[in-house]
Design a protein around this ligand. Sequence first.
Ligand code: ADP
Length: 496
Amino acid sequence: MKFFPQSIRWRVQLWYVLLLAVIVTSLLVAFYRNQREIKYQVIDRELTDPITRILPQVDKRPQPPQRNRRLPRPGPGPGLGPGDDFERPPDRPQPRREDRELELEKVATELADRGIYVIHWTRRGEVSFASEDVPGASQVRPEVESGGTERITKRTMDGFREVIHTGGPGGVLILGKSIMPLEEELSSLAMRLVVVGVAIVGGGFLVGWFLIGRCLKPIERISGAAHRIAAGDLSERIEVGNPGSELGQLSGVLNETFERLERSFEHQVRFTADASHEMRTPISVILAKSQFALNRERSPEKYQECLRTCHESAQHMRALTDALLELSKVDSGEFILRTSKGQLADLVREVMQMIEPLAEEKKVTIDCSLEDLTIDYDEQKIRQALLNLLGNAVKYNREGGTIEVSLKGDRQGVLLTVVDTGPGIAPENLSQLFERFYRVDRARKREGRGGTGLGLAITKAIVEGHGGSVSVTSELGTGTVFEVRLPGRHGSGQPE
Ligand code: ADP
């Protein structure tokens, strides 16, 4: 297994986990801060609410009569609406100092039960009231204006939360409470959130590892198959899990490529083996005959016979090497056609004349029906193709047989047909007839100057090079028909 930064799996995994960690951390931190704020708001409200009860008790000045204050009517129901009558409350007698102190003690005791301490400084800066458990730092009067408008500020110091009321006639009033239990609660919440965060990121890592592993499985299969193919096993193929997915399609394309690679490799191996095999026979003949001639003195006739056989074998080798050279040009893309307009019928007649001696030797008669057609073609190459087809028609014909050659034009181009009265070719052999070195009867001794088994392969390459096609039909015991179709608009009699 590869590790970061080589492995795609690790890279994707790392990015995915980083992203997940950032999102989870942000959410959990936001949640924690929100919880903390809510809890502090609750404490602040707890500390702020009693201020209204304490302030009247610590304000030492005479209380003004409560005039012009809107008060709701007593009893249940909604408060006053706009336009309702106002009721001026009767002037109440100002509470006595002792009563105020008593009330303050009562409130302070209630608050102390809830863990809240109170300390108050008069406007002159003297402590007028302080609970027993006021922490040391809070016993120092804060540096704030005690007059002016009333306002409430909050502060946190030394593990205590305090609200400070300043301004107005009441001097400075502080209510405070320890926040240690709250902080403990918050740190326990933080711990739980960390555990939850780690669990989510860890779970995400495992799920991601599994999912990315599943996604990359086809790549591993592709890479494994490619390794085995590179090691020499060309029959290996990639297992295509889901052919519709992108990687499934890639696997399909690669399998097709491997298929072609294997076929071409097999073809190459067979071609090399066949070529060397074909060369070995004439070389062996030359070696045997020359050895025979050199062993001891021979009669002039024997020497002549040896030389003739060596000459024939050398000619066969030359035909073979010429054909191999031609095919290697086809394979390497150097098979260049030099086309020009010409009368195809003239070329057919010329080739028929060339094979006439061979036909006479075998008492084969050639009939022809040729239309005058002008098309674009490479004269030298088409001559070679015609020589192969007509040569075969004579070579594989029976003694005293016939050959019919016809050439006619139609809308698609021209159609050349060569019909012979030879032994015919079995249907199972027809499909391989145009393959290199293929011979229907390999064991059969090659007649005349001997064939190379490459003639039809070259013919096919030439015809297809012209954009045409060649096909064969045959019936055992009756004969064989080769049809060559060449494309192109043609004119009758004179060039276009
Ligand atoms: P070769 O040099 O052996 O003739 P070709 O490629 O021209 O090579 O032909 C391949 C094989 O096809 C021949 O060996 C022969 O068996 C068969 N063949 C070709 N033409 C004919 C034909 N007209 N009639 C019967 N068999 C043929």
